[in-house]
Design a protein around this ligand. Structure first.
Ligand code: MG
Length: 260
């Protein structure tokens, strides 16, 4: 049994930054955001390399272990970013977060991340964050020292503890989760999550509309919240299962596809 998904995406440089160092990958098999860092053009180069490697992943549709396929892609991206940093002084020190989901041959998705970009799942009106930020404030939250609300305004909220391009032995978090018809996944850079609280994220993600419309509304909410960073969003709605009961939650023909 495979899943039908509808997806949409949006990205914006925000109200303060003069360029957008985020990159977005919107399907058909992998959905991701990458949030680049580094001086000059380094951030843009790193995030673009990350999504290019994820877009080049093949074999998910018949993979016995789709998680290992995704992990391999992430390690390839890490190597490419490391090599670029070592050979191009103009982008030395580049790196990027990445987070996303990938389709599998069955009714599951691979959830992956490195850094503080996030994956959420909205199921039956309940928003759950599926990733744990690799960041200084993420560690402080897990240690019980600050609240998520305090983290959104913390002076070190952008300091990540894990990223692609920083060390050879990067350790991506990759796991596989079951999906249900009606689930909606949200993949986002910290420029969304630092401006919009979880209650608002869940309300916008669960509102009627196409995945594209919901992605744009989420970006608009981040801009309304201050837009202090680049903001990128991918929304993936599970519309049905192939051969099973079909429930349309989204009807965007141009963004429709069937897995495996
Ligand atoms: Mg950011």
């Amino acid at each position: 049994m495979s899943i039908d998904v509808r997806w949409g995406s949006a990205t914006h440089r925000g109200r303060i930054r003069d360029r957008n160092e985020d990159a977005v990958l919107a399907g058909p098999d992998v959905f991701a955001v990458a949030d680049g860092m580094g001086g000059h053009a380094g951030g843009q180069v790193a995030s673009a390399l990350a999504v290019a490697h994820l877009a080049a992943i093949r074999g998910l549709a018949d993979a016995e272990d789709p998680g290992s396929v995704v992990r391999h892609g992430l390690l390839g991206a890490n190597r490419a970013i490391r090599e670029r940093g070592a050979t191009d002084p103009a982008v030395a020190g580049l790196g990027t977060t990445v987070a996303g989901i990938a389709r599998t041959p069955d009714a599951r998705v691979v959830v992956f991340h490195v850094g503080d970009s996030r994956v959420y799942r909205l199921r039956a009106g309940v928003l759950e964050q599926l990733t744990e930020d690799h960041s200084v404030v993420g560690e402080l939250i897990r240690a019980g020292e600050i609240s998520p609300a305090e983290a959104r305004h913390h002076p070190h909220r952008s300091v990540v503890t894990r990223a692609l391009g920083v060390v050879d032995a990067v350790d991506p978090v990759v796991r596989t989760v079951a999906v249900e018809v009606g689930d909606a996944f949200l993949v986002a850079s910290d420029g969304l999550c630092n401006e919009v609280d979880d209650a608002a994220l869940g309300a916008i993600l669960g509102a009627p509309g196409t995945a594209d419309e919901r992605a744009r509304r989420l970006v608009d909410a981040a801009l309304d919240g201050g837009g202090r960073d680049n903001v990128s969003v991918v929304v993936v709605a599970v519309a049905g299962t192939r051969g099973g009961d079909h429930l349309d939650v989204d009807t965007t023909p141009s963004h429709h596809a069937t897995a495996g």
